[in-house]
Design a protein around this ligand. Structure first.
Ligand code: PMP
Length: 428
């Protein structure tokens, strides 16, 4: 039976082994952009828990709001009562949602929100097919995984027969040779060649591709997509789990083109680290929801809602969106200055919006420097040894910089210094 079972249990501290983890670091405490071990080692955190700690680790305003709410009420079950904190949160969110979006459903994770958004779109249109984008990431549950294509490893690992009802088209990515025109043609072709009749419920898109490489679509593309959907009675569903809630320097990435989706999905940074996700929709869409077709035990947890309201308070009090734009510009300019390796090719592309920034290495560069891993992995490792956490994306040879939105000018400089030293070490 269980011989050999002890080894992995020991190695993983009793946790299941299926999680791919950047480091073996055991973290005990966080403050702002720093993580600490029990031994007192400190790390500069440029992952922010994959874009979650928008106000940094343990922001005093968030901690205080959580303390207060935890002593008032924690769990006001949404199928039993109305939760005052959730109602207050909707009131606070309405002014910052894209125009026309005025209803909400709260749940616990991005993937769960995606599931609910797709079901809502299908109910509202009475159609089944969803068009989605190659390289997209939407979550690990079956329905969300069925529309995810950022890495074959997610779908491969006995994920089971996944639901059908989706067609993938290429994301517009000029650096990789896909223009906005190419994508629009692929959308038309999907309808003509792959979808039966006019069965399309919605188009699901990350307005900036996240796990798939921090790809910003060409200017004007999101507006064209909005028009294309409107002309055909297809719902536009924006997955802003990673790009939303201030990450790009505007509340939503769709705000860069003044595009209003019919359904907007939010999670991650929404509650500064507390599990909260939301599906927002135009009332005309959400009123089509079938009775008793959604729910969830913990959805809209009052403490998480309080953390979300405190996050909005910090945004206002500390001018966070302005900081995101300034620090993002500083970061991109610094990465461009670093430019080349010790004696050859290095950075092919620096891109992103606000504090969603990627550095992509030349495709031949890892081999040129005689590395056995990608440059992203080698440099991430060298950064870790120098006290900084930095994540690769799942796409090509790319690193992503996704610090807390309250990161300071000095911390961005510190990041650039460490990155430059790591580059020098890996390429010489
Ligand atoms: N959508 C996007 C765009 C994401 O980046 C993620 C998480 N990386 C998800 C959905 C899934 O969110 P969760 O991990 O909270 O289920």
């Amino acid at each position: 039976g269980v011989s050999g079972f002890g080894t992995p249990l020991e190695r993983h501290g009793g946790l299941f082994p299926g999680i791919k983890r950047l480091t073996e670091l055991v973290v005990d405490r966080g403050a702002g952009c720093r993580l600490f071990t029990r031994e007192g080692e400190r790390y500069l955190d440029f992952t922010s828990g994959i874009g979650v700690l928008s106000t940094g680790h343990c922001h005093p305003t968030v901690v205080e709001a959580v303390r207060e709410q935890a002593g008032r009420i924690t769990h006001a079950q949404q199928s039993v009562v109305y939760n005052a904190a959730a109602l207050d949160l909707i009131e606070r969110l309405l002014p910052v949602l894209p125009s026309g979006i005025n209803t909400a459903f709260f749940c616990n994770s991005g993937g769960e929100a995606v599931e609910n958004a797709l079901r809502l779109a299908r109910q509202a249109t009475r159609k089944d097919t969803v068009l989605c984008f190659l390289g997209g990431y939407h979550g690990r549950t079956s329905g969300a995984l069925a529309v995810t294509s950022s890495s074959a490893s997610y779908r491969g690992g006995r994920a089971g027969p996944l639901p059908s009802g989706q067609v993938f088209v290429p994301y517009p990515y000029e650096h990789a040779g896909v223009s906005a025109d190419d994508t629009m043609r692929a959308l038309d072709a999907a309808i003509l060649q792959q979808v039966g009749g006019d069965d399309v419920a919605g188009v699901l898109i990350e307005p900036i591709l996240g796990e798939g490489g921090y790809v910003v679509p060409p200017a004007g593309f999101l507006s064209r997509l909005r028009e294309w959907c409107t002309d055909r009675g297809i719902l536009l569903i924006a997955d802003e789990v990673q790009s939303g809630f201030g990450r790009t320097g505007k509340m939503w990435a769709v705000d860069y083109e003044d595009v209003a989706p019919d359904i907007l999905i939010s999670a991650k940074g929404l509650a500064s680290g507390y599990p909260l996700a939301a599906v927002f929709a135009r009332e005309g869409v959400s009123k089509m929801q079938l009775a008793n077709s959604c729910g969830g035990t913990y959805g809209g947890n009052a403490v998480a809602c309080a953390a979300a309201m405190a996050t909005l308070d910090v945004f206002k009090a500390e001018g966070v969106l302005k900081n995101v734009l300034e620090r993002g510009a500083q970061l991109q300019a610094g990465l461009r200055r670093i430019g080349g390796g010790a004696d050859g090719p290095l950075l092919a592309d620096v891109r992103g919006r606000g504090l969603m920034v990627a550095a992509e290495f030349e495709s031949g560069a890892a081999a040129y420097y005689g590395l056995r891993t990608s440059l992203a992995v080698a440099i991430s490792h060298a950064c870790f040894e120098r006290g900084m956490l930095l994540l690769p994306t799942g796409h090509r040879d790319t690193l992503r910089f996704v610090p807390p939105l309250i990161v300071s000018e000095d911390e961005v400089d510190e990041c650039l210094d460490i990155f430059q030293e790591a580059v020098k070490y890996v390429t010489s």
